[in-house]
Design a protein around this ligand. Structure first.
Ligand code: PMP
Ligand code: GLU
Length: 396
């Protein structure tokens, strides 16, 4: 069968690939501990389950408006009012089947073939592939040497007449960095001056720790409103990854185009999942606070264990639930008769030898690193880190 070039170029999601492999090995009875996919292990909140069950018994199991049910859009507006003091109207909100397809729809409405989109590396695995699916070009801004926060002059130097958008992700996956006010103001200023759109992916906004503060970019720079599409959803803060509900907020014109795009793509997001998300937004604030406290404890625990390991370096993450680890020093070392050639082989040998799954940094366009998620139960973190340490100690 003839395969289009765009499909030939497409790489599978590194995060989902690791998660899938770990699950398959578990099914074979192997004692795998996965730090692969970023997925909270908690049950979804009781209020979400109740709303879903009510929706099913009341027969809310049909198509919904393509942009989502009005009640959920209103609840999203209320959330943004209560949490950020930002006022959005219902036509400025789109409900989608997760944050991921909403980012895709936004890119689809912003990029023509040959256009450019800026992304900051290390970058979450799906951004680059989604940009390429529209025959557009990613322009990479490395943040590895600037504390995982983009340098504004560097960003400015990469703007071209074809630049249409930049994807800003804070708190950041995979690095856990949280962008400061000055950087966000600098990015907003560039967007306004060059008439480019910021896709502001704040899916981890509830997950910041210690004295870190997450800023909604529109609070810092209200003038950027016409240049910003905010992306959020219930997956991470509400432990609802499998329900597949996200939301986009932005100017009516672009939201309406994204809505039409979605109408041709998925019709609407799942009806029952939309009601579950309504239940979460209306009644799960206590659950979010409780889960945040757990993540905070897990973060302390994993960082404490990692500090005690040889050959690796890492910057303390301030948000999300990942640690980004530099394993450059291990490249060229041996584990038994196998040589660690790169980050992918590090992860492969670690999984085979110790049944510990982590994601290679090359999936985030930054080889020489690995990402571990600490969204797991604390016992798993302790056992998994014990195995990782053994692995590192046994390298020679
Ligand atoms: N953005 C980032 C940075 C993510 O890590 C994820 C992970 N799932 C998403 C978007 C997509 O989230 P969702 O599950 O809502 O599609
Ligand atoms: N976003 C999560 C991660 O980075 C889930 C998997 C995915 O959607 O990529 O692990």
């Amino acid at each position: 069968m003839f395969i289009a070039q765009r499909a030939e170029r497409l790489q599978p999601s590194a995060t989902l690939a690791v998660a899938g492999k770990a699950k398959a090995m578990k099914r074979e009875g192997k004692p795998v501990i996965s730090f692969g996919s970023g997925e909270p292990d908690f049950n979804s909140p009781a209020s979400a389950l109740q709303y879903a069950s009510d929706a099913m018994s009341k027969g809310f199991t049909h198509y919904t408006p393509e942009s989502g049910i009005p009640e959920l859009k209103e609840a999203v507006c209320r959330y943004y009012q209560d949490h950020f003091g930002l006022s959005f109207s219902v036509p400025e909100v789109l409900i989608g089947a997760g944050a991921k397809p909403l980012i895709y729809e936004a890119l689809g409405c912003l990029l023509d073939p040959g256009d450019e989109a800026l992304i900051f590396t290390p970058a979450w695995v799906s951004y680059v592939e989604q940009i390429r699916l529209f025959d557009a070009k990613e322009v990479l801004v490395d943040t590895s040497d600037t504390g995982f926060i983009p340098d504004i002059d560097r960003v400015r130097s990469l703007i071209s007449p074809r630049t249409r958008c930049m994807i800003v992700n804070t708190p950041n996956n995979p690095t856990g960095s949280v962008y400061d006010r000055k950087t966000l103001l600098g990015l907003a200023d560039i967007a306004i001056k060059h008439d480019i759109t910021i896709i502001y992916d704040e899916i981890y906004e509830r997950l910041v720790y210690g004295d870190a503060v997450h800023n909604q970019i529109l609070n810092l720079c209200p003038a950027a409103r016409e240049h910003t599409i905010t992306i959020n959803g219930v997956s991470k803060a509400f432990a609802m990854t499998g329900w597949r509900i996200g939301y986009a907020l932005g100017p009516k014109g672009i939201i309406s185009k994204m809505s039409s795009f979605q109408g041709h793509l998925t019709s609407n997001p799942c009806s029952v999942a939309q009601y579950a998300s309504l239940g979460a937004l209306r009644g799960a604030e206590d659950d979010v606070v409780r889960m945040h406290a757990s993540f905070s404890g897990r973060r302390e625990r994993i960082l404490g264990l990692l500090r005690d390991m040889p050959h690796i370096r890492f910057a303390e993450p301030k948000g999300a639930f990942y640690v980004w680890i530099d394993i450059e020093k291990t490249i060229g070392m041996r584990y038994g008769d196998r040589v660690i050639e790169n980050d992918a082989s590090f992860c492969e040998i670690l999984l085979e030898a110790k049944y510990v799954a982590a994601v290679p940094g090359s999936g985030f366009l930054t080889p020489g690193n690995i990402r571990v998620s600490y969204a797991n139960a604390e016992e798993e973190i302790v056992e998994g880190m014990k195995r990782l340490k053994e692995f590192l100690v046994e390298l020679c």
